[in-house]
Design a binder for this molecule. Sequence first.
Ligand code: M6P
Ligand code: ZN
Length: 181
Amino acid sequence: MLDFDSGVLAPAAGEFTRRLSDMAGAYADSEAVRSLLAHDDPVMYAGYDASVPPEAGHLTFRTTIVMPGTIGSEYFMTKGHHHIRDSAEFYLGMSGTGLLLMQSRSGDFAQQDLEPRASIYVPPGWAHRTINTGNVPLIFLAVYFGDAGHDYESVADVGFGWRVFRGAAGPELRAEAVDGA
Ligand code: M6P
Ligand code: ZN
């Protein structure tokens, strides 16, 4: 059972939690990261894993709950990843509002609104990252191949072409120089 309001999946094989220290380099304002980490290491996002073998032929799924907030003025987000074995993923918005950013290996960029009932397809070979642009937790379901694997290094090395900041009139996407994309 999926609880759309809390993101709880029950039964679940386990829970995962990602703190700021797990993704310090992902944010543009490294000084804001340093000063926050000096006295706190907040949970940025968490979620629940389905009990599915991480093997070819299986479809596994996971809920994710991204907290609201900013580092400097950059919204809380997920680390973002490619799949080790290039393969597609399906996202379903459950609660809250945000963006799903996607970037191909050749540097093409796409974004979709992630909101309740949004059904979004991430094609094979596109890195993906979610951003919470609202004031409440952003909650969604992701379905992907059991043997997809998470490749975080490629995203950490190259970066995402766009970052999302809180602006006076709402979320602002700003282009970012990326390496090798
Ligand atoms: C979604 C899926 C998962 C991913 C999670 C957190 O639920 O894409 O595969 O693990 O978001 O994102 P990340 O792994 O990039 O931290
Ligand atoms: Zn994925």
